[in-house]
Design a protein around this ligand. Sequence first.
Ligand code: ATP
Ligand code: MG
Length: 573
Amino acid sequence: MKSDEIRSRFLKFFESKGHKIIPSSYLIPENDPSVLFTTAGMQQFKKYYLNPELAEKDFGSKNVVSAQKCVRTSDIDKVGDNTHLTFFEMLGNFSFGGYGRKEAIQYAYEFITKEMNLEISYVTVYEGSENVPKDEDSKKIWQELGLKDIREEGADVFWGPTGDSGPCGPTTEIYVDGIEIWNIVFNEYYKDKEGEYSLLENKGVDTGMGLERLAKVVQKVETVFETDLFSPLMLKLKADSSQLKARRIVADHIKSAIFLIADGIRPSNVDRGYVLRKLIRRAMVYVRKINLPDKTLINLVDIISEIYKGVYLLDGKNVDIKNTLITEVDKFKNTLEKGLKQFNKIVYESLNEKAHANKKISGKDAFLLFSSYGFPLEMTLELALEKGIEVDVKSFGEYFKKHQEESRKGAEHKFKGGLADHELKTIKLHTAHHLLLAALKLVLGPNIKQRGSNITAERLRIDFSFGRKLTDEEKKKVEDIVNQKIEEGLDVIKKEMPRAEALKIGAEMEFGAKYGDTVSVYFIKDREGNVFSCEFCGGPHITNTSELGHFKIQKEEAVASGVRRIKAILEIL
Ligand code: ATP
Ligand code: MG
C-alpha cells in the first residue's frame, strides 16, 4: 500500500467515526513563542483541550483528525537510524472531551489490525507513580481486545506537562515489528506549580503516529528510507552502502529544508532561519561525502515535490524553493571549501603538536571555524569525531559568550551615541510595521498572523498568513488606517511585564523570537485609550506616530502557499 493511500485511509477511517478532518497547520506554530517548529499534531489544537465548546464552534465536532507536518530538530542526531527523521508526518486523532480511553484504544486497534492488517507486537501502559495511579483501565481494555503482551512502564509513558505546570497524563504506545508507531495520550491531569496533580474537568485524547514508520511496517521494508516516501530520493543519492548514513542524512535534511522553505522560512543567522541554514549546510557536507556534486541537492526538489504531489502544495513553488537553495548553497560553497581546508589544518596541527598533551581542537579554533567559516559547532564535532579527535566544547562556549556580549555592547553603544540617519529611518519603519500588522487584522480579520519580517532603512517587509491576493480596495483601506494613526499622533509606549501576562492580553509576537520570563511589550493606544497595537518587541521605536511621514504599500505578493508579503515605505512629507 502506497503512503498516499495510508494517509487517506487514516483520515477517512476517523472521519467515519465522527471526526472532522482538519488540514495540517504550518511548520511555524501560530501563537506559541515557546517552540520554534510544529513538533506534534496536537499543537494546533492546544486551546481546545481547555475549551471544548470552542471546538464545537470551530469544527462542529469535539473530535478531529489530521495528518500534520512536523519538524523535530531534537532528533537530528538520530537521523540515519531506521526510524528517526527531522521532517515527518504525524497522523493523529484528537478528542476534546468527546470520548475517552475505551474508544481511543478500540479505534487504534481496529485501524492497525483491520484497516492496515498488521499484527501488534506489544503495547505499553503506565505503571503509576506516587501521584498518579497505574493505568488499570487501559490495561483492561487491551486485555479485552485479546492483547497478550502488555508492558507496564514508567516516565516514558507519561506525557507532559510541557513546562513545569499544565495538562498531562498517562499514555499507551503501540509497537509493530518491535518499533513504536503510535502513542495515545490521555490528557486528564493538571500538574500545578507546586507539583500537585488534579484530575482535569475536560479530559482529552491526543494521539500521534508517524506516517513514515507506519509505511515502513505496512510496506514491510527495513527502514523508513526504503518506503515510497524516501526511495526515489535514495535512488538519486546512489552510493555504496558504507555511506548509507550520509545518504540518509542528505535525504532527510533536504526534505526538511524544502518543507521549511515552502512554509515561508528563509536561511538566516537566527532562530528558525538558522535551523534551516544548518540543515542545508549539513546536507552539503554529507553530499560531498558521497562524492556527489552540490547540485544534486537542487535536483532533489522535483523528486520531493513528486512524492508529495496532491498532498502538500509544493508544486508550482519549485522555482522559488530551488532559487532559495541555490543561493544558500552558493553562499556557503566557497566558505565550506576554505573551512574544510582550515579544519584539516587544525586537525593536522593538533595531532602533531607535541606540546599538546591533550589532543583536542581548541575552543579558539572551533570558534574560528564558526565565526569565519560558518561551521556550526555540531558540524565541527561531527567532523572531529570522524578523525577521532575531541573538541574543547567548554572553551568554545566561553568564546561564543564573549562574542555575544561584545556584539550586544556594540548595539547598545550605537543607540546611546545618537542615531545615524539610516538607523532612524529603520526605527520609524519598525513602528510603521506595528501599525501595519494591526491594520491588516482590522481589514482582513483577526486571524492574520505575522510569518516573517525584515526592515531596512529603505523599506519594511512583512510576511503574513492569508490565503489570497489582497484587492486594491483592501490595500487602500490598510494604507488609510495606518496613515490615520500616524496623523492622530499616538504615543508608542513600552511596558515590561511577565510573559504570561503579555500572552493573556493577546500581545502579538515578533516572528521567530524567543522570549524570557519578563518581556517588553509596545503599546499604541488610540485617542479613546483603546489598544490599537500591542506587540512583544525588543524595540527600539519612535515615541510618537506623528514622526513617521506618509505610509505607502509598494507591493503585495505571494511568498508561499497561504503566506502573503507586503513591502511598504514611509515617504517624508
Ligand atoms: P521515539 O521514542 O521513537 O523517539 P517519541 O516517543 O519521541 O518516539 P512521540 O513524541 O510519542 O514519539 O510521537 C508520536 C509518534 O510520532 C511516534 O510514535 C512515532 O511514530 C512518530 N515519531 C516521533 N518522532 C519521530 C521522528 N523523529 N521521526 C519519525 N517519526 C517520529
Ligand atoms: Mg523521540
